[in-house]
Design a protein around this ligand. Structure first.
Ligand code: SF4
Ligand code: F3S
Length: 106
């Protein structure tokens, strides 16, 4: 499956959901998760993300590997999102900021 990683946190542009043929995205307060049950591994979402936050599970950077489990867990409890919505006001300021994991809201 594909995995949403740390740079989505507080960016949450949601462009990814518009192209997903499997409706595999689930929405939390400041992060989106991909369900590994729904994802069909098409890769269409990867180039859509302005934060470059989506990776194929097997190609995750070493420091992002914990997001595989996090996506799976959060997708089970969050509601599905299928339509793009406006990004948070300060999304662009948070794009690229390191160590955002502690800021994730669940
Ligand atoms: Fe959806 Fe394809 Fe991205 Fe999986 S890889 S989340 S199916 S767009
Ligand atoms: Fe997050 Fe990128 Fe989608 S910032 S909401 S994974 S477009």
């Amino acid at each position: 499956a594909f995995v949403v990683t740390e740079n989505c946190i507080k960016c949450k542009y949601t462009d990814c959901v518009a192209v997903c043929p499997a409706d595999a995205f689930y929405e939390g307060p400041n992060f989106l998760a991909i369900s590994p049950i729904d994802c069909i591994d098409c890769g269409l979402c990867v180039p859509e993300c302005p934060a470059e936050a989506i990776y194929q599970e097997d190609e995750l950077p070493e420091d992002q590997k914990e997001f595989t489990e996090l996506n799976a867990e959060l997708a089970l409890v969050w509601p599905r999102i299928v339509e793009v919505k406006p990004a948070p006001d300060e999304a662009d300021q948070w794009n690229g900021v390191a160590n955002k994991l502690k800021l994730i809201e669940t």
